[in-house]
Design a protein around this ligand. Structure first.
Ligand SMILES: Cc1cc2nc3c(=O)[nH]c(=O)nc-3n(C[C@H](O)[C@H](O)[C@H](O)COP(=O)(O)OP(=O)(O)OC[C@H]3O[C@@H](n4cnc5c(N)ncnc54)[C@H](O)[C@@H]3O)c2cc1C
Length: 267
């Protein structure tokens, strides 16, 4: 078990990981590929102190090398759920899980909105992870909503275990069913099915962490980057504007200092 798990390896998450190591805490960063950070696409960043005209990719590489170089564990994976387990948290990615005493959410801005029916039927036919939940649907018909290139791999996995897979790429989706999924409506066409796998590069934080309070689409935090859930902190674009590297880096630091305080108090 780690002291702290950080979700997301953008500037906020990497700053959090560096501060955690500086405070002598064990830390793992679980994240999608580094190239998924918006910063990776920035040709030139002119406003980060000390690095005039640096490319976003170069800045991110430097942050990442710094964090890994001082011992932060870097785990590649898309986090699909966080389970509170007493005074620790289980963080699931693919079929794997890591646990920690404190959590920092640094997932950046999540562009995708939730489909009608998704929230109500999550865990009752709606899943974000084929390798985790696929076996429940063996021999059954499922829809795979592919909004990420890696989705094809997950769809192929579901076929390999005997699911009948309908691939959908549209964003006009409605998930139907009262207590469990019975069908999906895609662009107005209703497709009967027993499960739907929604594969996005990121998942809205409130769907990741049950009970997490949001405000205007962002995670609600206090000035110490504490969320409404004890032991859960947030930093970077996911907490709101301005969407800037310097703000993300500063918040990553504050979030971990608060996490360290929390860990000291929870001993
Ligand atoms: C084209 C462009 C140009 C920009 N130019 C500038 C600039 O010049 N100056 C400036 O200050 N800012 C700039 N920005 C903004 C800056 O990139 C962001 O403010 C900054 O990257 C936010 O950092 P973050 O760590 O909060 O989130 P991000 O950098 O978005 O990192 C979040 C990471 O978490 C990962 N993630 C999300 N959900 C999950 C999950 N469920 N499981 C695992 N991983 C997950 C994401 O894939 C991503 O890698 C620019 C942004 C863009 C898109």
């Amino acid at each position: 078990m780690y002291d702290i798990v950080v979700i997301g390896s953008g500037p906020a998450g990497l700053s959090a990981a560096i501060t955690a190591k500086m405070r002598n805490k064990s830390v793992a960063v679980v994240s999608n590929n580094r190239t998924d950070s918006g910063l990776y696409k920035a040709a030139k960043v002119d406003n980060y102190p000390g690095f005039p005209a640096v490319s976003g990719a170069e800045l991110l590489n430097k942050f990442s090398m710094h964090a890994a170089g001082i011992g932060a564990e870097m785990i590649r994976g898309r986090v699909t759920s966080v389970l509170p387990m007493g005074n620790q948290f289980g963080v699931s990615y693919g079929a794997e899980m890591v646990s920690a005493k404190a959590l920092v959410i640094a997932t950046g801005v999540v562009q995708s909105s939730v489909f009608p029916g998704e929230e109500a039927l999550l865990g009752s036919g709606v899943s974000y992870c084929a390798t985790c939940d696929g076996m429940l649907y063996r021999g059954k018909k499922v829809c795979v909503v592919s909004l990420t290139p890696e989705a094809e791999e997950e769809a192929a996995f579901l076929e390999s275990i005997g699911c009948e897979v309908v691939r959908l790429t549209t964003k006009k989706i409605v998930i139907n069913g009262e207590h469990k999924v019975t069908s999906v409506t895609a662009d107005g066409e209703e497709i009967p099915c027993e499960g739907v796998f929604i594969l996005r590069p990121s998942i809205a934080p409130a769907m990741l962490v049950p009970g997490l309070l949001m405000a205007d689409g962002h995670i609600q935090v206090d000035p110490k980057m504490r969320t409404n859930i004890p032991g859960v902190f947030a930093a970077g674009d996911c907490t709101g504007a301005p969407y800037q590297v310097a703000k993300a880096v500063g918040e990553g630091l504050v979030a971990v200092l608060s996490a360290v305080e929390y860990l000291a108090g929870s001993k």
